[in-house]
Design a binder for this molecule. Structure first.
Ligand code: NAG
Ligand code: NAG
Ligand code: NAG
Ligand code: NAG
Ligand code: NAG
Ligand code: NAG
Length: 490
């Protein structure tokens, strides 16, 4: 497996000089996984899926004493932190690894002096794409973004079809355990690290490798205009507030009419790489971009890569919470994903397409019935503040490639009504993310953490993982054809 040169800089706790209770954490995006041509359909498709969809977002944390580094996928769609057991089935089977990808990093409880058993309390989690993990819950110390969280309950996956653990940051009402426990967000508040259960997520654009989650704060340099607040809706299935569901009122493309006859509930889910809208809406969008829907066969929707230039300046405008609600404009280039020609060379069979193979890209919006998700292809254009205590979400247009920082704390009174920058910062072409110092500077953690030095915020190399989509545990396998799982089945 190729080890990416993308880097993560861990921010340090900021209490020192600013006395602000915020925890900044950077994470990096998974990139291509070049394992060479591999004809087993599932392996092949996972590689494609990973690259075509832009991969997931990974955070580097450490578990136990002494700390064992683990790479976890950041997921707003689930609520447990879980790691791969060093004895997990996947990590000891070449057959399984070739199917699901090599284990990224594992944890060995026998090597940790702070490990606590929870008497075989069962851990079992299933994701929307049909993947899952099971094992037991344990407790150990988690080191995240410079904070040391004592005795956090985490899942220890012994049997898994996912080659990386997860950092689930959703509501505790959605944990996979039979009894609700204090999850990582609850624990941050209980230990006084942040004031309230809230954080901001800034994925940054498709070409940027580093995004940031800021626990307890908002960075006003990372968004444009006013942050506008909407209420989190009860989950359509469970009827309780357990997922980041908001009402999407309108979706327009360019100066066109609203595609939505009525507001629809959508889940803001960083663990899902694409955006899933009602099938009828998706079909209308496909006609605008001349897309070919091959989800039933190869699992992808294809478009001519040239639409990025032919529809230049076209944005897909998502409005939430009524006429005065927040609007996020997603430019066409954020929706047209990688050129597939390399995969065709490796054996991907495209359907008959009205455009040449070398001009074939995959498209970042898919159709679905019954359950709608705004994943990374939407979130990269947005700045999203999640307030789990007040059950509200604030959205604004992301100021991509932000180079400055200005942190405002989120307190128990709710998301502060603050404005961001006036317009998109013009990025300096010379600035290339990719080294620890640049990554730290560009995500602004240095300004927050005067005590930070290269030794206490070291850069971490992250290996890429298979692409997959994660969402709430309550979802059943009936949904599994909607994501990359289509691939796993042929
Ligand atoms: C679960 O994984 C263990 C190894 O960690 C293995 O012995 C066992 O057979 C696996 N169980 C299943 C159902 O795959
Ligand atoms: C796109 O926007 C840029 C800057 O606003 C403008 O210069 C250019 O003419 C626009 N292109 C098209 C095709 O409208
Ligand atoms: C795979 O994705 C990376 C960025 O994530 C991109 O640089 C690379 O060109 C892509 N490869 C193909 C074949 O599309
Ligand atoms: C797609 O990639 C191939 C090489 O992998 C290149 O020759 C071709 O120009 C690319 N097409 C586009 C539209 O980027
Ligand atoms: C952000 O930076 C990347 C390269 O690092 C560049 O490709 C992209 O166009 C920039 N985005 C904006 C909105 O300036
Ligand atoms: C764990 O990661 C840190 C950087 O975050 C690094 O300094 C350390 O060497 C790593 N430890 C191991 C055992 O890889």
């Amino acid at each position: 497996m190729r080890v990416l040169s993308s880097l993560i800089a861990l921010g340090a706790i900021t209490a020192s000089a600013t006395a602000q209770k915020v925890i900044p954490m950077s994470f990096s995006r998974a990139g291509p996984q070049h394992k060479g041509p591999e004809r087993r359909s599932s392996t092949f498709s996972q590689q494609i899926n990973n690259n075509l969809t832009g991969g997931g977002y990974f955070a580097e944390v450490a578990l136990g004493t002494p700390p064992q580094n683990v790479t976890l996928i950041l997921d707003t769609g689930s609520s447990d932190v879980w790691v791969l057991d060093s004895k997990a089935d996947l990590c000891h089977s070449m057959a399984l690894e070739s199917k699901y990808g090599s284990c990224l990093s594992t944890y060995d409880s026998a090597q940790s002096s702070t490990f606590q058993s929870l008497d075989q309390e069962e851990f079992s989690i299933q994701y929307l794409d049909g993947s899952g993990a099971s094992g037991v819950y344990i407790k150990d110390d988690l080191h995240v973004a410079g904070a040391n969280v004592k005795a956090l309950q985490v899942g220890l996956a012994q049997n898994t079809t996912i080659n990386s653990g997860l950092l689930g940051v959703g509501f505790d009402t959605n944990v996979a355990a039979s009894t609700i426990y204090q999850n990582i967000i609850d624990t941050f508040v209980n230990e006084g690290l942040i004031h309230t259960k809230a954080y901001s997520l800034y994925l940054n654009d498709l070409d940027a490798e580093i995004g940031t989650i800021l626990f307890g704060g908002i960075d006003t340099q990372q968004f444009i205009g006013a942050l506008k607040v909407v209420d989190i809706q009860p989950d359509p299935q469970s009827k309780i507030i357990s997922s980041f569901t908001v009402l999407l009122d309108s979706l327009t493309v360019g100066s066109g009419a609203n595609f939505l006859p009525q507001a629809i509930p959508v889940v803001l889910d960083s663990g899902t790489t694409l955006t899933y809208l009602p099938q009828t809406v998706a079909i209308e969008i496909y006609s605008i971009v001349h897309a070919v829907d091959d989800t039933l066969n190869t699992g992808f929707v294809y478009v001519n890569c040239d639409i990025v230039s032919s529809l230049k300046n076209t944005t897909f405008d998502f409005q939430f919470g009524g006429n005065d609600g927040p609007i996020v404009k997603v430019p066409i280039h954020e929706l047209v994903l990688d050129n597939v020609s390399e995969y065709v060379a490796q054996g991907l069979e495209l359907p008959a397409l009205p455009f040449a193979v070398e001009n074939t890209c995959s498209f970042g919006i898919n159709g679905l019935n019954g359950y709608y998700l705004l994943g990374d292809t939407f979130l990269r254009s947005a700045y999203v503040v999640y307030d789990l205590s007040q059950k509200q979400i604030a959205l604004a247009q992301g100021n991509l490639n932000a180079t400055k920082t200005n942190i405002v704390e989120i307190t128990t009174t709710g998301i502060p009504i603050v404005s961001g920058v006036v317009s998109q910062e013009v990025s300096t072409p010379t600035k290339i993310l990719g080294s620890a110092s640049e990554a730290t500077a560009s995500t602004g953690t240095d300004a927050l953490a005067p005590s930070q030095s290269t030794s206490d915020s070291p850069a971490v190399r992250v290996a890429p993982a298979m692409g997959w989509e994660a969402t709430a545990v309550t979802l059943v396998a009936a949904f599994c054809s909607l994501t990359g799982a289509t691939f796993l089945m042929f």
